[in-house]
Design a protein around this ligand. Structure first.
Ligand SMILES: [Zn+2]
Length: 217
């Protein structure tokens, strides 16, 4: 083997390694009820009657859970129906909120549901987005860690390499800026909530690594 071939093989192995993601599977309950409630949500809010709830991901939305503990955060997403302490969004649907990924304070990445199944995590954009939650932000305090920042970078790189359809990256607090884009589907003009996650500094640090669009570009 020539040294040029050896170098080539080494570089190939390195680049493959850089895309090998450590993702821990931690599934939420996604049963018939959750599927049915998801279809009803799509029908009511997006006026689309669908046979399945498979999405084509076009945008990644970054969140914090507003809870500084992994297990307590996970429990918010676990069951198919919304906990009773969410009257602000209960009227819109009893479908529980969910997320595709959740990143713990130490940077561990958990996958809670398949990437191309619709999650309820952001008004107007659920049918085209992948959600990444970060454990933290309790009391709207911007406390996400540098390990979380690095894992968000790695995960976004992995997802954008996997899905060429992804062209946008936003923080949840920016979602209303997408209202005038082709991404937006919500029909109820009065259904909006104010969000602060995951903080401007975190989004700025994250976004500088990618050539992905915001909704105000
Ligand atoms: Zn959020």
């Amino acid at each position: 083997m020539t040294s040029a071939v050896k170098v080539y093989l080494l570089l190939t192995m390195c680049s493959l390694n850089s895309f090998a993601m450590d993702i821990v599977q931690k599934p939420i309950i996604f049963n018939q009820l959750r599927l049915q409630l998801s279809k009803e949500y799509i029908s009511k809010h997006y006026e689309q009657d669908v046979d399945d709830i498979t999405i084509i991901p076009r945008i990644i939305v970054i969140h914090w859970t507003a809870i500084d503990d992994l297990d307590a955060s996970f429990k918010r997403f676990l069951f198919p129906t919304l906990p009773l302490d969410r009257p602000d969004i209960q009227k819109a649907s009893s479908l529980n909120v969910s997320t595709h990924f959740m990143i713990d304070t130490d940077g561990t990445i958990y996958q809670l549901m398949p990437e191309t199944t619709m999650a309820r995590h952001v008004i107007g954009l659920n049918f085209s987005s992948i959600g990444i939650e970060n454990v933290g932000g309790q009391g709207n305090k911007p406390n996400l860690s540098s390990a979380q920042l690095q894992s968000n970078k790695n995960l976004i790189l992995y997802l954008t390499n996997k899905y060429s359809s992804i062209n946008y990256l936003i923080g949840h607090s920016e979602y209303t800026q997408c209202e005038n884009t082709s991404l937006w589907l919500e029909k109820d003009k009065n259904y909006r909530t104010i969000k602060y996650d995951p903080g401007d500094d975190f989004m700025k640090a994250l976004r500088s690594n990618f050539n992905l669009k915001t909704c105000h570009d």
